[in-house]
Design a protein around this ligand. Structure first.
Ligand code: IVH
Length: 676
C-alpha cells in the first residue's frame, strides 16, 4: 500500500526528533526530554513503519537491534592499519618522549599536545559512507579484524547516520568501545545472582559483549563508544589540529571524551596526568593511562611511525589494577550481621597503587565459582577504593599441595555454630550480639557517619573499648567516664573529653538516623527513612506486625521479617531502653501533608542516585512542592548531582547554582520531610 504524504512527513520528523534526543542524551550527556517522551516518539515511529513498510530505512532509530544471530564473524581488512601505542611509565620517560620529538623536528620549544584519557576497552573502526554507518569492525591484529556491524548498531551512542550537511563522503573513525563501571558491576552482580561466571574487568566484559553472535545480547549490555581518531577520510579537508578533528567528530554526532585537553610541553602533560590520576576513581569508566598526541597533524605526518606505533603519541600508564600473586591462606571474618566472610591472605603484591595482602572472597558460592584453593596463583584486582578482590585463578599454575577451602563449622570468634540458610550465599555465626565480632561491628555501625555520627569514635577505638570490656552494647558508650577513656592507650585527656562531648552532641538525633544506627539487617538509610515517615515514632514501629511493615515503601517480606524479629528479641529491646535512659533522644515525626516547603523552587536531578533512583527523588521533591526540571538554567534553585554527573554539573557550577551530592540530598529530604 502506498503511504500518504503526511505519514512520510511525520516519519521524517519523528526520526529527526529521536536522533536529536539520542544525540543530547548519549553524546552530549544532556537529555532534553524525559525518557517517557522519547519512548512515546519511538513507539509512534514503530507504528508508522509497521503500517507503511516502504518508509523503513536502515538508519531509522527503530533499526538498532534487528535480524537474526550470526553464524560467525566475517573478516575485515583495515586499509589503514590500526596501530598501537608506545608506553611511558614515569615522568622521565615522558620527558624523553618530548626530547625525541624535539630532536627529530629540530625544534627546542615545548610542543603542543592533545591529552586524552586512555580508555580501557576495545578498539573499533566505524565506516560511514555518505553519512550512513555501513560497517563496524574490531581492531583484530591491526590489519585484519572482525565485522561486528550488527552489534555496533545496537550501541546508542553510535549514530546510524552522521549529523549535519558538511560530512565527508567516506569517513572511517576509530575509538574505544567500553563498558562503564556501573554497567560492569551490574552485569557481574547479575552473573553472581545466577551463579554464572563473572567477568574479570570491564574490558573483558566489553570484549565479551561485543563478540556476541546475537546482537540482542550486545544490546542488553549498555556499551558506550568514545572516538579518538580518524582512520581514513575522502573528499574532505580536515582541520590542522587533532583537537579540532575531535570537535568536528563531535559535531557530526560522535562521542568524544569530555576530559580531552590541549596543553604545551611535557611538564604540562605531567600535570594533566597527575590531575586525572586523582580523578581516576571518580570517572564513570576505567582508564589505564593518558594518551598524549602531538596536536598538529602536519607535525604528526613529519614524525611518522616506527614499526606499529606512531612516533607522535605516547600512552603514559597508571599503576596496574590487576596483578598475580599467591593465595597463602584463607581466614574467616565475622561481620555486623554475623556474616562469615572468607578473606584471602596473600603474598603481598603492588596493585592499583598500593601493596595488598588481603582480598575478599565474598562468600562460599564465590569460592566455588572461582574454583579457588589455598596455595593457588590468583589474579587480584584493586580498582579505586573498592576492596581488593580475587577475580581469577590461574589453574595451570596450581601447586600440587593446593588445599580445599572449607567453611568452619564454628564461629572463629565466639565458637557458636555457623549456619548457612538455604538459598543464601552468606554463612552466618548464630551467636548474635553474644559474639564479640558482631558486637564490635554493631557498635562501629552505630557510631558511623550516616548513623549517630559520633566524631572521634573510629573503628580502632571501638575495638579497643570492647576488648578492654569497657562496653558491650552501643548504650554503654554513653556511660563511659573521662577516667576510663583517658586510661586507654594512645588516648590523651583532651581527646577523651572531646569524645565525651561528641557523644553528648550525637545523643540528640533524628528518628531515621536512630533506626539506621540499630543495624537491623537490610535496613539501610533509605529504608530507615521510609520506616520513620510511615510510623512516625519508635513505639509504633516496635509494635508493628509483619503485615503492617509490608505497607511501608520499599519494604518487602524479607526486610519486614528482619525488622519484626529484631524488635522481638529481648536483648535488642533492652539496648533500646538503655539508649533512651542514657539520654539518646529524637523528636517524633508529625505529618502535615499540606506543608510544601519547596514551593516555588525548581530542582534538577542528574547522574545516578544509588540509594533511591531518580524517579523516587523526583516524586519526593514534588511532594515537597518543588518543580523538577530536566535541564539546568539560571532559574534552577538546586542541582542534585549523583554519581557520574556530566555536563549539567559543569553548567550548574558555571552558573553558580548550589549543588547537593547524594548523601547531602538524602539528609536534606529527611530534614524537610521530618518537618511535615
Ligand atoms: S590513539 C595511532 N587514543 O589504546 C593511534 N588510543 O595501545 C592509536 N586507546 O588499541 C590509538 N584510548 O584501543 C588512542 N584516546 C586514545 C585511546 C586509545 C584507548 C587504546 C586503543 C589502542 C590502544 C593503543
Amino acid at each position: 500500500m502506498n503511504h500518504p504524504e503526511p505519514a512520510a512527513q511525520e516519519v521524517a520528523q519523528l526520526r529527526e526528533q529521536l536522533n536529536e534526543h539520542n544525540y543530547r542524551y548519549y553524546v552530549l550527556d544532556d537529555p532534553s526530554v524525559p525518557d517517557a517522551e522519547y519512548d512515546r516518539l519511538l513507539r509512534r515511529l514503530q507504528q508508522l513503519e509497521a503500517e507503511y513498510p516502504e518508509l523503513l530505512t536502515p538508519d531509522s532509530p527503530t533499526q538498532r537491534v534487528g535480524g537474526e544471530p550470526l553464524e560467525g564473524f566475517e573478516q575485515v581488512s583495515h586499509e589503514v592499519p590500526m596501530l598501537s601505542l608506545d608506553n611511558a611509565f614515569s615522568a622521565e620517560e615522558l620527558q624523553a618522549f618530548e626530547k625525541r620529538l624535539q630532536d627529530r623536528l629540530r625544534h627546542s620549544e615545548p610542543l603542543e599536545y592533545a591529552c586524552e584519557p586512555k580508555l580501557d576497552g576495545i578498539a573499533v573502526s566505524l565506516l560511514y559512507e555518505n553519512g550512513l554507518l555501513v560497517r563496524g569492525a574490531t581492531r583484530g591484529d591491526g590489519s585484519t579484524g572482525e565485522n561486528i556491524t550488527s552489534n555496533v548498531r545496537t550501541i546508542a551512542s553510535i549514530p546510524l547516520r552522521l549529523r549535519g550537511d558538511s560530512i565527508p563522503p567516506v569517513l572511517e573513525v576509530r575509538g574505544e568501545i567500553y563498558l562503564p563501571k556501573a554497567a560492569f558491576d551490574a552485569l557481574n552482580q547479575r552473573a553472581r545472582d545466577n551463579n554464572e561466571k563473572t567477568f574479570v574487568n570491564p574490558r573483558n566484559a566489553a570484549a565479551g559483549s561485543l563478540r556476541q553472535l546475537d546482537p540482542k545480547i550486545t544490546a542488553s549490555r549498555a556499551l558506550q563508544m568514545c572516538c579518538y581518531s580518524i582512520g581514513r577520510v575522502e573528499g574532505f579537508e580536515l582541520p590542522p589540529l587533532h583537537s579540532d578533528v575531535l570537535h568536528l567528530l563531535n559535531e557530526w554526532g560522535l562521542r568524544i571524551n569530555s576530559e580531552m585537553a590541549v596543553v604545551k610541553g611535557a611538564e604540562a602533560c605531567q600535570a594533566y596526568y597527575e590531575q586525572l590520576g586523582q580523578k581516576r576513581d571518580q570517572l564513570p569508566y576505567e582508564i589505564d593511562g593518558i594518551v598524549f598526541k602531538v596536536n598538529s597533524l602536519q607535525l604528526q605526518q613529519r614524525l611518522g611511525f616506527v614499526s606499529r606505533a606512531p612516533r607522535w603519541a605516547i600512552a603514559y600508564k597508571f599503576p596496574a589494577q590487576e596483578e598475580m600473586t599467591q593465595l597463602l591462606d584463607v581466614e574467616f571474618q565475622v561481620g555486623r550481621t554475623g556474616a562469615v566472610t572468607p578473606v584471602a591472605r596473600l603474598e603481598p603484591v603492588f596493585v592499583g597503587g598500593v601493596t595488598v595482602s588481603n582480598a575478599t572472597l565474598h562468600n562460599m558460592d564465590e569460592v566455588e565459582r572461582l574454583q579457588v584453593m589455598k596455595g593457588d596463583r590468583v589474579v587480584i584486582r584493586r580498582a579505586g577504593d573498592v576492596i581488593p578482590q580475587v577475580v581469577k585463578v590461574v589453574l595451570e599454575q596450581r601447586p600440587d599441595d593446593a588445599s580445599v577451602i572449607e567453611l568452619p563449622k564454628e564461629c572463629p570468634v565466639c565458637g557458636s555454630e555457623v549456619e548457612r540458610a538455604e538459598g543464601e550465599a552468606a554463612a552466618r555465626c548464630s551467636g548474635g550480639l553474644f559474639c564479640g565480632a558482631q558486637r564490635k561491628e554493631a557498635i562501629k555501625h552505630f557510631a558511623s557517619r550516616k548513623a549517630l555520627d559520633i566524631e572521634g569514635l573510629g573503628d580502632k577505638l571501638v575495638e579497643q573499648l570492647v576488648d578492654e570490656q569497657l562496653i558491650q552494647t552501643p548504650a554503654d558508650l554513653f556511660s563511659l567516664s573521662l577516667e576510663q577513656l583517658s586510661g586507654l592507650e594512645r588516648m590523651a585527656e583532651k581527646s577523651a573529653q572531646n569524645l565525651l562531648d561528641a557523644l553528648k552532641s550525637s545523643s540528640t538525633t533524628t528518628l531515621p538516623r536512630f533506626l539506621y544506627s540499630l543495624g537491623i539487617r537490610e535496613v539501610g538509610e533509605a529504608t530507615a527513612l521510609s520506616l520513620a515517615r510511615h510510623f512516625l515514632n519508635l513505639p509504633a514501629l516496635c509494635d508493628a506486625s509483619e503485615e503492617a511493615l509490608l505497607e511501608v515503601d520499599d519494604v518487602g517480606p524479607i526486610v519486614a521479617h528482619h525488622i519484626y524479629t529484631f524488635f522481638r528479641q529481648a536483648h535488642n529491646l533492652e539496648v533500646l531502653q538503655d539508649l533512651q535512659q542514657q539520654g539518646v533522644s529524637w523528636p517524633d515525626l508529625e505529618v502535615d501533608l499540606s506543608a510544601r516547603p519547596l514551593e516555588g523552587e525548581t530542582w534538577v536531578l542528574t547522574g545516578t542516585l544509588t540509594t533511591m533512583g531518580r524517579s523516587e527523588g523526583k516524586s519526593r521533591l514534588q511532594a515537597l512542592g518543588a518543580k523538577v526540571a530536566g535541564s539546568v538554567s539560571a532559574k534552577t534553585s538546586m542541582l542534585v548531582a549523583g554519581d557520574k554527573s556530566g555536563s549539567k554539573l559543569t553548567k550548574a557550577e558555571q552558573l553558580g547554582i548550589p549543588v547537593l551530592d547524594e548523601p547531602a540530598f538524602i539528609d536534606r529530604l529527611a530534614q524537610l520531610e521530618s518537618k511535615r
